[in-house]
Write a protein that binds this ligand. Structure first.
Ligand code: SF4
Length: 62
């Protein structure tokens, strides 16, 4: 099961999550929205920081 998910309807493509956790998030060049490129084994501190940095709360973790 996916641990983290980006809600593309909310994402404004600010790039905060991709700057903090580039191993996990990448901006999709066509959509201009963040996407998860690697599902982590667990939600670590870096990913938590990325989630908290999102200005629109678009990243959900389980
Ligand atoms: S921090 Fe939030 S709004 Fe910014 S690119 Fe990531 S998911 Fe999108």
């Amino acid at each position: 099961m996916n641990k983290i998910k980006v809600d593309e309807n909310l994402c404004i493509g600010c790039g905060a999550c991709t700057a903090i956790a580039p191993q996990t998030f990448q901006l999709n060049p066509d959509k201009g929205k963040a996407e998860v490129i690697n599902q982590p084994e667990k939600v670590d501190e870096t990913i938590k920081m990325a989630i908290n940095s999102c200005p629109v709360g678009a990243i959900k973790a389980q």
